[in-house]
Structure formats: C-alpha cells, structure tokens
Ligand binder design. Structure first.
Ligand SMILES: *[C@@H]1O[C@H](CO)[C@@H](O)[C@H](O)[C@H]1NC(C)=O
Ligand SMILES: *[C@@H]1O[C@H](CO)[C@@H](O)[C@H](O)[C@H]1NC(C)=O
Length: 200
C-alpha cells in the first residue's frame, strides 16, 4: 500500500492529470471491495441460491477448481469426476450445479487481499451430515477477480477464478461416507498402510 501511495504522489509531482490515479483506483481493490467479493462467494454457497447474485457477481467464464469438492462428489472414489479438472468451467455450470446444493454453513475466519485477489480461510462446524459429533471442516479459498467493465454495477470486482481446498476427509466423515475404524488407539496402528501415522 505504501508503494502504491508513493507512486500516486510522484505522478502528481510530475504534474500528471488525475486520470492515471483514477485508472489505478479502478483496478486495485480496496479492503471494502475485497470484503464484498468474499461475502458474495459466501452468499452463493451459504444462502438459498440466488441466480441473480451469481450473474451479478461472477464473470461468464467463471472457473472453480476444487479437488476437495471433486472428492466429495466422488465419495472418495477415483471417479466419476477426475481430480485436477475444473469443478465448474463456466458460470452457467456453477449455477446449474450449485443451485441444487443445500446451503452450507460457512464462517469466514480470515481475509487477505491484493489488488485483484481475495484469500479467505473459513470453517463449517456443524450441519454437514448425519455423523455425531460433527468434525469441523476448515478450508482456504483463493479468489481471483476482474474489475467490472459495467461501471453502473454495484459490483466493482467480479469473481473469475476460485481455487478452493478444504478438509474433505472430515466432511466425508460428517456425511457418514467415510467411517473410520480403530479410532481408540490410532498411535498403535500399523504405519504400513498409512505413512502419515508415522507423523504422530
Ligand atoms: C439476489 O441477489 C440480487 C443481486 O445481488 C439482490 O438484489 C436480491 O435482493 C437477492 N435476492 C434475495 C432473495 O436475496
Ligand atoms: C484394527 O486393529 C486390529 C488390532 O490391531 C487389527 O487386527 C485390525 O486389522 C484393524 N482393522 C483395520 C480395519 O485396520
């Protein structure tokens, strides 16, 4: 931010018009802009699906990457959706897929932003499935935006690309899809099948 302000001041010192400053302000998001972007994404998955909001807040070529979501779709199996492929390749695909989903509890824990990217850390602590007690699911989402060309819109920055990963293991547990065994003495389990046990 400091270098941004310094650049603006040096333009003024050189006698430049206000034009470059306005242009810069239009393409570098403010913290308020970043909060709006994060709240839009949260609303799209946390509230009753709003097609108007999706069309207002996402670019047409919106793309969502989430191996965690694909793992949920696949119930932890290797298909039908291939890991590493986009979960949604367009806004229309997102609207078709997400609108059939029940609202997901979603609390934003942290938010950071650059001129064009918003990063959030989030958590869902209940209501993800029938398992009791529920395991909390924590995730991180990187949201890339584009300045909105429609200056009349109340959305200055549109969501273009989403990279979203979260604890899909805990979510599959909450759904009852993954049922762990031998939970009472995990440290005694053999590490041959699960090398991560060696980290205990
Ligand atoms: C849906 O989103 C639009 C655009 O943000 C908003 O004007 C409208 O109030 C929303 N509808 C509901 C039911 O929240
Ligand atoms: C659970 O633990 C017992 C005793 O160590 C072992 O014999 C059994 O194979 C384990 N079951 C699974 C599914 O890992």
């Amino acid at each position: 931010m400091r270098s941004f302000i310094a650049a603006g001041l040096s333009l003024l010192a050189l006698g430049a018009t206000a034009q470059p400053l306005e242009a810069r302000a239009a393409t570098c998001m403010t913290t308020a802009n970043s909060v709006k972007v994060a709240q839009n994404f949260r609303a799209l998955i946390h509230e009753t699906f709003n097609v108007t909001l999706a069309k207002t807040a996402l670019t047409k070529d919106f793309t969502d990457y989430s191996d965690s979501v694909i793992t949920l779709i696949n119930s932890g199996c290797t298909g039908p959706v291939q890991l590493t492929t986009p979960t949604f390749s367009t806004r229309a695909e997102f609207i078709a897929g997400q609108s059939s989903q029940p609202p997901i509890p979603f609390k934003i824990l942290n938010l950071w932003h650059t001129c064009s990217t918003v990063v959030i850390r989030w958590r869902a602590s209940a209501g993800l499935g029938p398992a009791t007690p529920q395991e909390p699911v924590t995730g991180i989402i990187v949201i890339e935006t584009q300045p909105n060309k429609n200056k009349a819109s109340d959305q200055p920055f549109l969501i273009q690309t989403v990279f979203s990963e979260f604890n899909s293991g805990a979510w599959l547990y909450d759904l009852g899809v993954f049922v762990p065994t031998n939970c009472t003495a995990p440290a005694k389990r053999s590490i041959s099948a699960n090398p991560f046990m060696g980290m205990l």
